[in-house]
Write a protein that binds this ligand. Sequence first.
Ligand SMILES: Nc1ncnc2c1ncn2[C@@H]1O[C@H](COP(=O)(O)OP(=O)(O)OP(=O)(O)O)[C@@H](O)[C@H]1O
Ligand SMILES: [Mg+2]
Length: 285
Amino acid sequence: MNQNILEIKNLTKEFDNFKLDNVSFHLPTGYIMGLVGKNGAGKTTTIKLILELLEKDQGVIQVFGQNIIQHYDLKQDIAVVFDEVFFVEDWKISDVEAAISPFYINWDTHIFQNYLKQFHLPTQQKIKALSRGMKMKLMLAVALSHKARLLILDEPTSGLDPVARDELLDILLHYIEDEQNSVLFSTHITSDLDKIADFLTILDNGNIFFTGYKDELFEKYCIVKGGIDNLNQDIEKYLMGIQKNSTGFSALLDVKNMKYMNGHMVIEEATIDDILIHINHMEGE
Ligand SMILES: Nc1ncnc2c1ncn2[C@@H]1O[C@H](COP(=O)(O)OP(=O)(O)OP(=O)(O)O)[C@@H](O)[C@H]1O
Ligand SMILES: [Mg+2]
């Protein structure tokens, strides 16, 4: 069996004002990867390229070890949840199954009905009358009911209350339990990543800033803080995304450069939010 459920090499896509530039990462079978980066970093573009909703300029996208473009049936094994519903607003939940299931060879009505019950979804209600959380749950129920092995979600938890978010994360954890499935999901809610992501891919303006085990990110980067008078050219060349304010500065530091810092500075563990914020300050450095 192929070890990587998803493998992306040198993926490039250029728009007028944006370039997804030479993006490479891989997601092993049995794991959850979070895709992060600020608004406009290229997360949705990456997801759409994987799903062939957009045409790539260059690069290789392999799912289950095969080129998706040559194996159209692979799409049966991929499930997708976007942050907007794609069902007809006037459908009732009970209509959804009839409309969607013919597209999937492995549709399992039993699983779908169980999710409707588990999520307390009112089958006679129209799509347009559902709350945001209910719509997300409905899309998730559909996504999980055709025995897909790769689940791709674009900001699934945005707009969900903490209880619904926690439920959704638990479902994703349960989904990978048998070590046959993987999840790729984009999010701005970094506590989701703390809770369930094994791997992280951080996009910065269309480029990969980091991809790998989440723990490796924290082993590689830390935050350094100090007074403004601690800063000089020799120090600054090691600092990334320096943020200055009236009380001092903070910056991102590659741990291997810690030896160049002096005793007046404080080194702290970085959070994902810290890293994203400092990456944003790197532009123009
Ligand atoms: N079809 C398109 N034509 C032209 N530009 C596009 C198109 N789709 C996306 N873009 C541009 O590509 C960039 C990346 O957009 P993308 O939607 O991938 O970002 P994102 O990381 O998903 O952001 P967000 O967190 O806001 O969802 C943006 O500058 C966007 O304007
Ligand atoms: Mg997006």
